[in-house]
Design a protein around this ligand. Sequence first.
Ligand code: CP
Length: 322
Amino acid sequence: MQRFTSVHDVADPKALVALALAHQKNPWAHDSMGQRKTLGMLFLNPSLRTRVSTQLAARHLGLHTVVMNQDKDNWAIEWNDGAVMDGTKAEHVRDAAAALGQYCHILAIRAFPSLTDREADDREHVLEQFIRFAGVPVVSLESATRHPLQSLADMITMAEVAPPRRVRVALTWAPHVRALPQAVANSFAEWALAMGHELCIAHPPGYELDHRFTQGAMITSNQKEALADADFVYVKNWSAREPYGATPPVHGQWLLSDERLAPQSKVMHCLPVRRNVELIDALIDGPRSLVQRQAANRVWAAQAVLHTMLQSLEPKHHSAHV
Ligand code: CP
């Protein structure tokens, strides 16, 4: 695997879930796999779970990690080709990514969308340039349009607790105080459908997701319809695509309550969550909640991905690689 940016980069998503569950059972079974190899992690945006779970996963595999926070550690990066760099950006992505590719055997990057330039976000302007110039395998730690490590952890979580039949999954929009990306929702939909789950997405009018990610899902503006008989209810806010990044007014009650849920429904959220804005305390802390299980499974998701990438690493001839 040369890149992990979406479910489309994975030959067999169910096999990747199975590999993650094997790592969960025996975290140190491959602890020399990454010996003498380095994973570079570049964060253009904040993170708690992604940062720590990926570092833990790397440690289980014997990989050394270098973590960089773009706003504090590195030169400001220019992302546009042909730019006359006479402003505040001190280094071009061509040079930064290529240098990091000399030092690291695998690179990982978090690059949220601008939410102002839909065309650039849709073509993953930042992530794709980084991949192009890095010259080594790249893992997305959440990009403009997707969050594949989160989605893989979500699939692992559902596999752990799913009833022995095709499961019914609801993805429901929830309120928030600010405009959030569509990446988690896009990615969850794409992975749930690839895993063969039955998916229904509920959102208020104006919050339509890009059809690229939802082909095969039922889509409704009636939350009650989506929640009926759902085994898993994934709660997430996202902003509008038209106008891009807007938060059009929403009518009706979209904050979930226990009474709205089917008896068997489990509740999922990727975290961080705005308590009592996006999801109420009673659901986050109650018996239906899978949120901390999802967070725990981030380790095994990252470990399965790094394991697969390490297996496919070519011997490197860069001078800095040992
Ligand atoms: N779910 C998730 O990606 O959490 P962080 O933003 O804290 O990494």
